[in-house]
Design a protein around this ligand. Structure first.
Ligand SMILES: [Fe+2]
Length: 436
């Protein structure tokens, strides 16, 4: 087949990508979905006499969500051990500990099924643990070189069901588990379609206990996925791998992700104020969870880009929450630096964010998108105004952050709609010191 589209690449034998695919866990969504967990496991072929592992953290045990999930398992006559020592933003050592727990309690082959209930950190712990148990070895074996050993995850392992308690990370459907590697001062992903959960059970009643500050932070992550997924490269501007198995999990935006990102931007931006200021508003919580799911289908299928690439070095050095870091970086990066790549698309983002764009030039509308986003953050009243307030970051710190972004985040930067040099990253970090 000939394909005469021009693609810039070192290897001129490769053709432009012409195939896209779409992979998702099975999804159940709605109030009361937790009580269908047993039915979900049976749909996945888990036998009556199976013993599983419930992965969670101490906070979720305290507010009763872990208990509710345990009861749903018991109602369905499933036995399950519990591991509730997940760490926030888990390190490779945290995964080692969970893997050791599994091998000690259930043997080398692990449990018959896994259930993770919590935020992104818990869900990533469950995903990474199952992957390591199924494939052997330790987490670093499956992290890309040079940080890890770059081995492929080839086995999915026993069925895994994830139940998110925040409307944010999208880990319940994403093909990766993000881990920190403290010795390298970086965050990396174990990335494979085999890492993805088999089912996601999204019940908005699990999210109503989340405090205002956490609600706002996780919402910024979700909105980041939606906007980044909407602006990342199209799949056919990537290169087609010689072997389809080598197609990256972040393969560019597709006709499917486009649909979900538009809806996600609207749902999240029009419900986040209500969810933050009145956490018991179940309709707003439902819309946020739906928006976060749709944003994840967009950004975590197509590929997140610049704000996420810049957020990992920040989070790793300063131990900031992922969502608030994304919120601080988005105006300067995704909505600032990247806007020149496609002003028409950015004008559409302005409109999706609720800006009345009639009569505006596309350039003016793109600028208005950034202003509208900053105004939204100000309205939430719990988010930092920039990198300076986030972690006391100043001009002296951003050289290191810029070099780490370019050195360690090519997985994300390859999807970015504008090329990013270290000097560009420096300028964007500088711009993000103060958003207001
Ligand atoms: Fe994220």
């Amino acid at each position: 087949m000939s394909y005469d589209r021009s693609v810039s690449a070192a290897n001129h034998d490769l053709l432009a990508e012409s195939v896209w695919s779409f992979q998702m866990p099975r999804v159940r969504f709605g109030a009361g979905a937790v009580e269908e967990l047993g039915s979900q496991l049976r749909d996945l072929g888990v036998d009556d006499d199976a013993t599983g592992l419930l992965v969670t953290d101490p906070t979720l045990a305290d507010v009763g969500h872990a208990e509710r999930v345990a009861e749903a398992l018991a109602e369905a006559d499933y036995d399950a051990d519990r591991y509730d020592e997940c760490e926030r933003e888990p390190s490779v050592a945290a995964i080692d500990r969970c893997v050791e727990f599994v091998r000690d309690e259930a043997g080398e082959d692990g449990y018959d099924f896994y259930v993770g209930v919590g935020g992104g950190s818990v869900m990533d712990t469950a995903k990474a643990t199952r992957a390591v148990v199924a494939n052997g070895g330790e987490p670093l074996d499956y992290i890309a070189e040079p940080t890890g050993r770059g081995e492929a995850v080839t086995e999915s392992g026993a069925p895994l069901v994830l139940l998110p308690t925040t409307a944010g990370t999208g880990s319940e459907i994403s093909p990766l588990a993000i881990l920190s590697v403290p010795s390298e001062e970086t965050k990396e992903g174990i990335s494979s379609h085999h890492v993805r959960a088999d089912a996601a059970v999204l019940d908005p009643t699990l999210t109503t206990t989340l405090p205002a500050e956490q609600t706002a932070k996780t919402a910024m992550d979700a909105l980041g996925h939606a906007i980044e997924g909407f602006t990342t490269h199209e799949f056919d501007s990537m290169l087609r791998p010689e072997d389809a198995a080598d197609r990256p999990v972040y393969a560019g935006r597709t006709p499917v992700t486009e649909l979900f990102s538009r809806e996600a931007i609207t749902l999240l931006s029009s419900n986040v104020r209500k969810a933050v200021h009145n956490g018991d508003d179940l309709a707003a919580r439902t819309n946020m969870l739906r928006g976060a799911l749709f944003g994840a289908i967009a950004g975590l299928t197509a590929g997140a880009n610049l704000a996420h690439a810049m957020a990992y070095p920040v989070g790793n050095r300063y131990h900031t929450y992922h969502g608030e870091t994304i919120g601080v970086l988005t105006p300067a990066s995704t909505l600032g630096y990247n806007a020149a790549s496609d002003p028409d698309r950015y004008a559409e983002i302005a409109s999706l964010l609720g800006v009345e764009t009639a009569g505006m030039s596309n350039r003016a509308a793109a600028d208005a998108a950034k202003e509208q986003y900053v105004r939204l953050q100000q309205d939430l009243n719990v988010l930092p105004s920039g990198l300076a307030e986030l972690a006391g970051i100043d001009e002296d710190d951003i050289g290191w952050l810029a070099s780490r972004t370019v050195e360690t985040q090519q997985r994300l930067l390859r999807c970015n709609p504008r090329p990013v040099t270290e000097a560009d990253a420096y300028d964007v970090f500088e711009d993000a010191l103060y958003n207001w």
